[in-house]
Write a protein that binds this ligand. Structure first.
Ligand code: TMP
Length: 207
């Protein structure tokens, strides 16, 4: 039995995490076995890599180092967690995957889309999500949410300037164009119930 691999993407404060929780509940109520995970992280080694990447003190981190660390974390997470769950027939809801690297490192950090895709192909081989949901929230709306949410972890990338976040948003629009079959846009600025409904209806088409 082969499961389904679904990733969620978006700018900072897009509300992906809340949408994922709602979707999980809905699918479980329907009798599916669902696993939530996230990148970078989800397992011991990748959570450690996550701490290195996102540490606010690591201001000297080189952009290529950052890209390689994300790819390394992705590889380990894929091998230890995603592929085994797929083989068990689970539905995997993954908070970010390869598209985050294409957009954040490839486009926003100007390392080049193709270059970053190359190192990621080495990491993921041929495993791509069956469906990727881009939770569309404009960057100024998302950042406002981030800084207004009490106790939310503010990471090194949250602290980048607004132009960086705008580049990320435009990067996602570019990816929507580049992978129209795999990536679907949902309106993240609607009420959470509505966003979850849109996500579920896209997911039901691939189940
Ligand atoms: P999160 O806030 O969604 O947990 O993501 C952590 C940060 O890492 C977020 O700012 C996006 C960034 N990121 C990348 O830059 N490249 C990647 O490949 C991934 C997975 C995340």
């Amino acid at each position: 039995m082969i499961g389904k691999f679904i990733s969620f993407e978006g700018t900072e404060g897009s509300g992906k995490t809340s949408v994922i929780k709602e979707v999980k509940q809905y699918l479980e109520d329907k009798g599916y076995v669902v696993m939530i995970t996230r990148e970078p992280g989800g397992i011991r080694i990748s959570e450690k890599i996550r701490q290195i990447i996102l540490d606010v003190d690591h201001t000297e981190m080189d952009a290529r180092t950052e890209a390689l660390l994300f790819a390394a974390s992705r590889r380990q997470h894929l091998i230890e967690k995603v592929r085994p769950a797929l083989e068990e027939g689970k539905i995997i809801l993954c908070d970010r995957f390869v598209d985050s690297s294409l957009v954040y490192q490839g486009i926003a950090r100007d390392l080049g889309f193709d270059e970053v895709y190359q190192i990621n192909k080495f990491a993921i081989e041929d495993t791509l999500p069956d469906l990727t949901l881009f939770v569309d929230v404009r960057p100024e709306v998302g950042l406002k949410r981030v800084f207004e949410t009490p106790n939310r972890e503010i990471n090194r990338l949250d602290l980048e300037k607004i132009n960086f976040h705008k580049k990320i948003y435009e990067g996602y629009l570019f990816l929507l164009d580049r992978f129209p079959k795999r990536i679907k846009r949902i309106n993240g600025e609607a009420q959470i119930e509505e966003v979850a409904r849109e996500a579920i209806s896209a997911i039901e088409q691939i189940l």
